[in-house]
Design a protein around this ligand. Structure first.
Ligand code: SAM
Length: 218
């Protein structure tokens, strides 16, 4: 099978049977060439049902995890989105397909450089990158309609809650260092409503409001 067929197969066997229903999310997952977000030696595995290694000991998340986190964000097309954890840039591109502007922060500079190259080659002009500690958010560009944290966090960093607009949604893997659960938070009339979703395992969010660097054994 070629990459286009593998992508279609991925959607039909990994996403639809597990309950991903948002047609816009499925369309983006069918469109974005995931194999261009991993090293050439890994491309044959790009559409497998798993996370894959990228540089710096980090990972590009499993396709299903990208799809469910995106679906939970309830994107309609006009949102300003903050992503914490750019990694390969794949999730950022999925978000860019489904929203107005994407701001994405990554703490490892070579990952940002590679991701920026991919955004350029693929022609995405609505993705803005920053190197730094994403647990602090991006004050100058706040508030955000949606925030997605793509690394495991012990709790939602306070600055991110503050930078979420009224009616906004945050999706993040929250829990212990080695196992978490997807948490969806909606800010309504100053209150925070929480929903718990699927169990998951992400690399740690390292930063002021995440885990400390010393505990990072990945
Ligand atoms: N979204 C990525 C993708 O589509 O490839 C996958 C993200 S990977 C699972 C988690 C990323 O979060 C890693 O690249 C890691 O370096 C980054 N990260 C960890 N702590 C961070 C922090 N405080 N601020 C920004 N990025 C962070």
């Amino acid at each position: 099978m070629g990459f286009d067929e593998l992508r279609e197969f991925m959607v039909n066997t990994q996403l639809i049977p597990r309950g991903i229903r948002d047609e816009r999310v499925l369309k983006a997952m069918r469109k974005v060439p995931r194999h261009l977000f991993v090293d050439e030696s890994m491309q044959y595995k790009a559409y497998d049902d798993m996370a894959l290694p990228i540089c710096g000991g980090q990972t590009i998340s499993q396709p299903y995890m990208v799809a469910i986190m995106t679906e939970l964000l309830e994107l309609k097309g006009d949102e300003k989105v903050l992503e914490v954890g750019t990694g390969s840039g794949y999730q950022a591109v999925i978000l860019a397909e489904l929203s107005r502007e994407v701001y994405t922060i990554e703490r490892i500079p070579p990952l940002v450089e590679k991701a920026e190259g991919r955004f350029r080659i693929l022609g995405y002009k609505n993705i803005h990158t920053r190197i730094g500690d994403g647990t602090l958010g991006w004050t100058e560009k706040a508030p955000f309609d949606r925030i997605i944290i793509t690394a495991a966090t012990p709790e939602i960093p306070v600055p991110l809650l503050e930078q979420l607009s009224e009616g906004g949604i945050i999706v993040a893997p929250v829990g212990e260092r080695l196992s978490q659960q997807l948490l969806k938070i909606r800010k309504t009339k100053g209150k925070v409503l929480k929903e718990r979703h699927t169990p998951c395992v992400f690399v740690p969010l390292i930063g002021k409001y995440g885990w400390s660097e010393e505990t990072d054994s990945s």
